[in-house]
Each structure stands twice: as C-alpha cells, then as structure tokens.
Design a protein. Structure first.
Length: 353
C-alpha cells in the first residue's frame, strides 16, 4: 500500500501564519503536523509516500527532505493550483499505479493513529473506505449517508440540509477502482474535481464504499483555536526529558521536556510543556500545555496554554492561549499602553482596563 498526502492548500483561516509558512508545517508539540502524519503512515508499514504540493513546495521539501529521517521515501507531486481532492488523485496516477493507497489530508491530526481503519479496509476490501466522524454541524463538510451495515449510500459536499451527521474527515482508503471514478467525473460548481463525486460515482455503479466511524480524537488544524487544542491533546501524552540545563532555583512540575541546549534559570515550568533546544527561560513561569520552539527567549514573563515558534521572544509580559510566530517579539509597552505592530488578517485581544 502507498500513501498520498495532500499539502497544497492555502490555509486562509490560519493567516497571518500561513502567509509565511504552509499550514501543514505548523508545529504541534514542536513537530510539524506533517511529521505526525508520517508517523501514522509509518505505523501501517507504509514507506512509499507521495506528497501533493503547491506553491510552497520548497518549504515542505526543506522540512521533510526525502523522508529518510522519518523512515519513509517521499515523492513530491506538483499541483499548479488547488483543483480539488480528486484532481490530486489524477495527477498522482503515475506514482500510485494500481496499488491500494490511503489518501490523507496533511493538516489533519489523529494522535491515536489509523491502524484500526487500515485493518478494517484490509479485511473488507471495499472499493473505497472513508473515515467519518460525528459532528455537530455537518454543513461545512462532505457528508456520508450510511446504512445499518456501514455501507455508504450517498455522499454530499457541504449540504445545506444534511441528512447525516457523519462528516468525512480527510482519510480515505482506495483500491485502483477510484481511478476510473476520477476519470468519469467533471468539475463541480466550485470548479474543482471533488472526491465526494468520485465516491458517489462508485456507489452509483455498484461498487462498495464503506464508512468507518472514528470515535477517537480528530482535529483539522485549520484555525488557531484548533492548533492550540491539538497541542494540548498531544502534550497530554508527553514523556519527560531533561537534556538542557535547569538551575537549582528552578522548579519542574509534571511532564516537562527541556531539549538539548535549552536553559531554564530561576523559573517554574508546569507540564506538560516543551522547552525547545537553544531556548532560554529566565525568571519566568511556563505552562501548562505550552510548547516553545527552538531559540526562544522568555524573560520575566508568564506563558501558558500557548505555542511559540522558533526564535520567538516574550519579555515582561503575561501571555495566555496564544500562537506566537517565528522570531516574533512580545514585550511590555511603557506606561501600560498597548503598542501593536499588526500584519494583515491578524487578531489581537487585549485586557480590558
């Protein structure tokens, strides 16, 4: 079996971060979302992985390389513009051949893995198997209508009046039958080749499409709130590690990772939390559920339930529920005034006076 990972989306809901980095490289517990995806695929024994990339291809390649450090072999497949999930299958035809494959959206986090879905697919051998999750408002998703035996009877993309609460959540298992379906469909009203249309074609032509209901944790890391929540979920399984320096006046409580080259001075770290390599935490309080990337500087500050990307700094400030970009600086303004340098599509929340 091979894997096809889709990493070409624009990530508009994560602006301004997605202006400077692909959303699939946002760090969860100090590792890019795509690295977590690779972990889930490698557990299945999949080592041949095609990654569909768009205009940010060079950044994804720089982060993952040829995949050898992650124990996989990566083939990059260029997409000229976002043209739908089924279009990704079409342009990956040469890579996929006639092998079974799993298609995985590269901004989805499933910390519990997908081994049970893979086993279900191998046992049943349907033409396609989709991973679905019950959601409160299905109108923003592709929706599967499913019979009592788990067979999909209909699929609708973003229905105005959903007849099911089972949303497609971005993991699909296919046999080679999907290629005929993709060849048979045309662009939707959005001008894209929809994977839901290809699946519906399979259903209408008598091929079995099975739904596997996922009851574990799942998150589409498309918004800042989702990124922070997912970071919390992954950090809750953190195993402590002390590779850096922690002085005698500091205190570590709960599971804390202090990576090699990090320094903690006169500070209190409440886990789960990660202090990235090369970072300095001095006279500060960190955590819980906080990840600091590499080479951060947290001085006389409090940072909780937050993610700071590489090179970020916080001086003399209290930060909560925040995502701080690469090399961004947060510091106290004089005379208790708020001074902001804010880019496009940024959201700032300040304490009421």
């Amino acid at each position: 079996m091979k894997a096809l990972v889709l990493s070409g989306g624009a990530g508009t809901r994560l602006r301004p971060f997605s202006y400077s980095m692909p959303k699939q490289l946002i760090p969860i517990a100090n590792r890019p979302v795509l690295a977590h995806v690779m972990d889930n695929l490698r557990v299945l024994g999949i080592t041949e992985i095609g990654i569909v990339v768009g205009e940010r291809a060079h950044e994804i390649h720089a982060a993952l390389g040829d995949g050898s450090e992650l124990g996989v072999r990566i083939t990059y497949i260029q997409q000229d513009a976002p043209r739908g999930l089924a279009h990704c299958v079409a342009i990956a035809r040469e890579f996929l051949g006639d092998d079974d494959f799993v298609m995985y959206l590269g901004d989805n986090m499933l910390p519990g893995g997908i081994a049970d879905v893979a086993e279900d697919f191998a046992r049943r051998r349907p033409a396609a198997q989709v991973l679905v999750h019950k959601v409160a408002d299905p109108r923003a998703f592709g929706v599967a209508e499913v019979d009592a035996r788990g067979r999909v009877t209909a699929l609708v993309e973003k229905p105005r009046e959903p007849r099911s609460d089972l949303a497609l959540i971005g993991v699909y298992f296919f046999t080679a039958a999907v290629h005929r379906a993709v060849d048979a469909i045309g662009p939707s009203r959005r001008g894209e080749l929809e994977i839901t249309d290809a699946l519906q074609w399979l259903v209408e032509h008598g091929r079995e499409v099975h739904a596997h209901v996922h009851s574990g944790y799942w998150k589409d890391t498309g918004r800042v709130e989702d990124v922070l929540e997912c970071n919390r979920e992954v950090l809750d399984a953190l195993k402590p590690y002390l590779g850096g320096e922690v002085d005698a006046e500091s205190e570590l409580i709960g599971p804390v990772v202090v990576e090699d080259g990090a320094r903690v001075v006169r500070s209190r770290i409440v886990g789960p939390a990660i202090i990235g390599g090369g970072s300095l935490v001095e006279d500060s309080h960190i955590g819980p559920h906080t990840s600091l990337g590499r080479d951060c500087a947290i001085i006389s500050a409090e940072v909780g339930y937050s993610i700071a990307l590489d090179g970020a700094s916080v001086h003399h400030a209290r930060i909560q529920s925040s995502l701080i970009g690469r090399s961004a600086a947060v510091t106290r303004a004089p005379e208790n005034l708020h001074r902001l340098v804010v880019g496009d599509h940024t959201r700032v929340e300040v304490a009421a006076r």
